[in-house]
Design a protein around this ligand. Structure first.
Ligand SMILES: [Mg+2]
Ligand SMILES: [Zn+2]
Length: 193
């Protein structure tokens, strides 16, 4: 029986994860499979969310597709690689969403627009408000705030530099700032369930 039926009207809260700089190394435009390196702590961290029964949804901007730097098939190949590495650690993500566009395309999925969150919410019966968003970019944190999420900035990827140089300009601070995804999960399981 599907969970929506078993639990009518009760939507689950999710953990929305950025990809580059949060789950995998931030390398600028990841334009070859060899440059896609999942952090060594990612599988164990995501497994803890799986074990806690929290839906895990990845939302990533991949404008390199629209820019012609690499094909959409490479994004899918990376997501397959990610799924395999997570599976090797007993972990999985419940949804993978990416925006292949540039801003000029006028799409509704490019972060910080909330299109991917909304699509995931429809497809997985999630409540965005009260969900958690984890990212290394303040852009994403702002999207989380506007959508009513709790937010965690990780200092991996662009996070440390953003935090050091741009924090005074931020209209609203992230709810938590932690070293990496492993620590973010620690915070989620302790304080934010
Ligand atoms: Mg990122
Ligand atoms: Zn888009």
């Amino acid at each position: 029986m599907c969970s929506a039926r078993a639990n009518p009207g009760k939507k689950r809260r999710a953990v929305f994860l950025d990809r580059d700089g949060t789950i995998a190394e931030e390398v600028g435009y990841a334009n070859h499979i060899s440059r896609f390196v999942v952090y060594p702590f990612a599988a164990a961290a995501i497994k803890r969310l799986n074990d806690a029964g929290m839906p895990v949804i990845v939302v990533t901007n991949q404008s390199g597709v629209a820019r012609g730097f690499f094909p959409q098939s490479l994004v899918l190949e990376m997501h397959e690689k990610m799924a395999q590495e997570l599976a090797a650690g007993g972990a999985h993500v419940d949804g993978m969403y990416y925006c292949p566009h540039i801003r000029d395309d006028g799409c509704s999925c490019r972060k910080p627009l909330p299109g991917m969150l909304e699509q995931a919410a429809r497809e997985h019966d999630l409540e965005i408000r009260g969900s958690v968003l984890v990212s290394d970019r303040y852009n994403d944190i702002q999207m989380g705030h506007s959508a009513g999420c709790r937010t965690i900035l990780v200092l991996s990827g662009y996070g440390r530099g953003e935090y050091q140089w741009n924090r005074p300009k931020w209209p609203r601070q992230p709810d938590h700032v932690v070293e990496n995804l492993a620590d973010a999960v620690e915070v989620i399981l302790k304080e934010m369930r």
